[in-house]
Design a protein around this ligand. Sequence first.
Ligand code: ZN
Length: 595
Amino acid sequence: MVLFTKESLETLRQRVDLADLLSSHIELKKTGAAYKALCPFHDEKTPSFTIQKGDSHYHCFGCGAHGDAIQFLMAHLKLSFHDAVETLAQRFHVHLERIEGDPEKKGPSKATIKEALDLAARFYHFMLLHSPEGHIVLNYLYQRGLDLNFIRHFQVGFAPASHGMLRRVLHGKFVKDEIMLEAGLISPSKDGQGYRDFFLDRITFPIRDASGAVIGFSARKYKEETFGGKYINTPETVLFKKSKVLFGLNYSRKRIAKERTAIIVEGQIDALRLIQEGFNITVAGQGTAFGEGHAKELMALGISLVYLALDSDEAGQQAAYKIGNIFQKDGIEVRVVRFPPKVDPDLFLRQYGPEAFQKLLGKSCDYMTFLVQFLSRSLNMDSPAGKNELLKTISQQIRSWDQPVMVHESLRKLAFLTQTPENMIGVGQDFIPNIHIKKTASIGLQTIEPDRIVETDFLRWLLLMGDSKEHFIDIAIRNLGPEDLQTNICRHIYSTYLSLHDQKLSKNLLDITIQSEDPEGQSFITELLQKKVNKDKAESLYIEAIQRILDRNWMEQREAIKRQIQSGSCSDDEAESLLKKFDELKRNQPKVKES
Ligand code: ZN
């Protein structure tokens, strides 16, 4: 976890201009002392999304969406708290000082590396459009049906065949070799004497993070004799993590989160073509090497349905088998799109157009049907032995999944598809879900403390909803003081929030982070925001969280009195009055005072 100094966060807070930030994501219109826009969080025809000039919060009168710059980036681009802070720092040119002892402090900063990568992307793009060798490549791209609009929009480029050009250009812009190395643009030459360009004589596609900054490249060869695979990617760097990076996600992230649906393809060109044709819910993994890490990135956006639009060759089908399992086992529905032989998504779109592709999605088959067909290819389905083996293989695979409902439904489907009685497959019989701890990267040990869980729940509602629902704060004050919270960090955050409220200061997330006394506050806020909130039920869940804290404290008070009586250290009179107190307490279970 990266932590930043209070001073640098304070500078950031002063620099953030909400209207300026929002204007690059939505169309803001100035009306008097306010800005108005069509709300990005709900569908509407007349604008009800507003920012008062100079205010650090936005508000929508239509759907009640409300928040500050960080909350906007988190809600709109689905960034984490830390990524949102870093994005703001970059946008408003604030250098974030890291707290001493942070291991990531060594080496050039991420912002410096991103600048080098941005320059490289522009250099490659320029070389494609304006150099003689680039023109040969340009022709190749035209033949593949990519037009100039496409090339400009996605900043497609060309890494020239001759060594050293990129380095010379970047040196001219004062980018040092050290930074180019960290960016994965060059690598030490084999004799150890100098450097060699990482990408040579290839078409380059920039890969971007959620905020649109270039973090690496995917480079495709355009002639057979070029050394190496069809695509090579930037090596592992501080920015580019091969096991997580999804190509195209920066274009598709928003709609994937909104529609909870994604299309997965193999190739970079496939992804960009689909995105350009309006299917901006598409991503490409690293070819067919799509793994758990990539799946997690999509699951973090809350997807419930995935289309696998992989090539129809054997490698593509094997990949569909493997990738499909990764999603199904987590309860996410998988559908497999089928292309005619030797046709990939790019070719299909060029030949038949987007409407036909939409129809193809509609005709896609569910994962169980795919699985039965895929695995029965090598078995003799007319013999009982063959059928038996198929059933055994598939039902074992299904039973290894995590989601009981998915397991149950899939077993039923298997019975139906293979025309086998359900009880033979054991539908509903061994309904013992696999008991194992799910590996969730972001949950630390502290989150299994029950006190901390219930107090964090309460704070989550208050911090996220308190600004738009003023009475949330009143309810909090009426029922709980900081001393009623037992976890140190929760008490800190709560009293910080209350004192900002007392002083009538804005309570945006950055302010609370800056003011919370210990540096742990930053990581706590990240943790707090990781869980999504269901705004429709905000009120009742908020009351419930407070009630749980009251109940806990009530129980503990009783326990304390009981211990005192049982300790034998008090006189009879004392014991009697304690007993009275105990009974009275027991009769009066606290109830949340709502008004
Ligand atoms: Zn709205």
